[in-house]
Design a protein around this ligand. Structure first.
Ligand code: GDP
Ligand code: GDP
Length: 439
């Protein structure tokens, strides 16, 4: 499981500057797609080989002075409760403020590991910029400049060391061959996730999820269907150390992100009896960003009049058109209908995500595509595509080599993507096309 770092501090200390620095290095698989809202408060980062999740608790301004703790309580409580390590940021230029003290009290009660970080410290001496912050009683402060990047990698490495030091040892792992495809079921509250889990693995297993004394952060539940092994990733059993604020909401973005990143295939569950909401789109955005294989499960299909069904399909296709690469399966977790097609779509998506595409086949498909429709000239030169090879799996990356490829337009790239998708039956996986000019 990726460690979770929460960034906490009063407004303007540099939380979002640090957040952007920590998360921007990821090359996004997803361009800005219409209809897709991106959540800017949760992101994935990486230092060296070490991935982590980061939560920015700021950004809900303007905050009235007397309301600041109220706001803090609302936005920050959940983030702090779910974090392994809290990075508490103060402003080295402005110095210590009463709000910093209030936040310190709040964090102390949380029982979380807190790292005090003095930001905006570029060009300043450690002793002078940190002196007044010792009063907070949080030990030696770390100094960074979020804007310039000074000290940031060290800070994160230290935070990750702390996070791992606190984690309970993992329980014994299952034999890899028995696990099969790892599946995460995600969706907003009440779409029917638990019901679907019950239908797939049976009531008893699910009850075991919440057994006290569970020490693992995520639980893998093996199950079989049609002689095939699968493993369900479930983060419902997340039990953090210490008595926190007790109020972790039923729906948790962190748990959603964790289970997506552990899965081979994600089932995004939607509720056919409700309108598609912003929250659905958010979750879809996380899945897209992860590059995971996907099946869209439209649940509660049983409760719909057949006259309404076409309308619901059209509505989902329109609002979620950025998910058109994935199969939409209409099911009822409650009645157990559509489960066979759902699992076949899971198998298909996994096969697509891990498909091996040979250079001759890819190159042939590329030639066919160009024959049907040539790329447009740009400034007198026409992009010339020579051959294609597979640059990665899961999701598949197709690297096209040639000359003057910087002239290839976005629509033409999408045309190529569709052509490869159709040729190789790549249903249910994102697909990335990379263009390389030269040699
Ligand atoms: P947030 O409200 O805590 O998310 O703070 P922001 O990230 O929006 O930063 C508030 C202001 O501080 C912005 O004007 C930033 O450019 C500035 N800032 C952030 N980090 C640094 C830093 O390391 N050095 C300096 N000098 N300014 C910074
Ligand atoms: P979760 O919050 O996503 O885990 O959702 P639950 O599994 O707790 O389901 C929320 C509610 O929707 C419960 O009352 C379920 O009985 C109901 N529900 C779940 N699946 C279906 C379904 O396929 N059809 C209908 N009609 N109701 C369902």
């Amino acid at each position: 499981m990726k460690p979770v770092i929460a960034l906490v501090g009063r407004p303007n200390v540099g939380k979002s500057t640090l957040f952007n620095r920590l998360t921007r290095s990821r090359d996004a698989l997803v361009a800005d797609l219409p209809g897709l809202t991106r959540d800017r408060h949760y992101g994935e980062g990486r230092v060296g080989e070490r991935p982590f999740l980061v939560i920015d608790t700021g950004g809900f301004e303007p905050v009235a002075k007397e309301g600041i703790m109220h706001e803090m309580a609302l936005q920050t409580r959940q983030a702090v409760a779910e974090a392994d390590v809290v990075v508490f940021i103060v402003d080295g230029r402005q110095g210590l403020t009463p709000h910093d003290k209030t936040i310190t009290d709040f964090l102390r009660k949380s029982g979380r590991k807190v790292m005090l970080v003095v930001n905006k410290s570029e060009g300043m001496k450690y002793t002078s910029v940190t002196a007044e912050f010792y009063e907070l009683g949080l030990g030696d402060p770390y100094v960074i400049s979020a804007a310039h990047g000074d000290g940031v990698a060290d800070l994160v490495n230290e935070a990750l060391d702390q996070a791992f030091a606190q984690r309970p040892a993992d329980a014994e792992e299952l034999e890899p061959q028995e696990r099969g495809v790892k599946i995460a079921i995600v969706g907003r509250p009440n779409v029917g996730k638990s019901t679907l889990i019950n239908t797939l693995v049976g009531e008893q297993r699910v009850i075991a999820f919440d057994m006290p004394g569970t020490t693992r952060d995520s639980i893998e539940v093996p199950f079989e269907r049609g002689n095939k092994h699968y493993t369900l990733i479930d983060t419902a059993g997340i039990r953090r150390r210490g008595k926190v604020f007790e109020a972790i909401e039923k729906f948790s973005v962190v748990k959603t992100l964790q289970s997506i990143s552990e899965a081979n295939v994600v089932i995004l569950l939607l509720d056919a009896q409700q309108d598609i909401s912003e929250q659905d789109a958010h979750i879809a955005g996380f899945i897209l960003e992860s590059g995971r294989a996907l099946v869209v499960g439209v649940n509660k299909w049983d409760g719909l009049e057949s006259s309404d069904r076409d309308q619901v399909k059209t509505d989902i296709d329109r609002k979620m058109d950025f998910l058109s690469f994935a199969r939409h399966i209409y099911l009822s977790a409650l009645k157990g209908t559509g489960i066979g097609p759902l699992m076949r779509a899971v198998d298909e998506a996994y096969a697509a995500a891990t498909a091996k595409l040979s250079t001759p086949r890819l190159t042939r498909a590329l030639e066919e595509a160009v024959e049907k429709q040539e790329p447009k000239r740009k400034g007198g030169t026409r992009p010339k595509m020579r051959y294609a090879h597979q640059g990665g799996q899961n999701p598949p990356v197709i690297v096209i080599h040639g000359n003057a490829l910087e002239g290839v337009t976005e629509p033409y790239k999408r045309y190529l993507e569709k052509h490869f998708r159709d040729t190789f039956d790549l249903i249910g996986t994102p697909l990335r096309i990379e263009l390389r000019t030269g040699k």
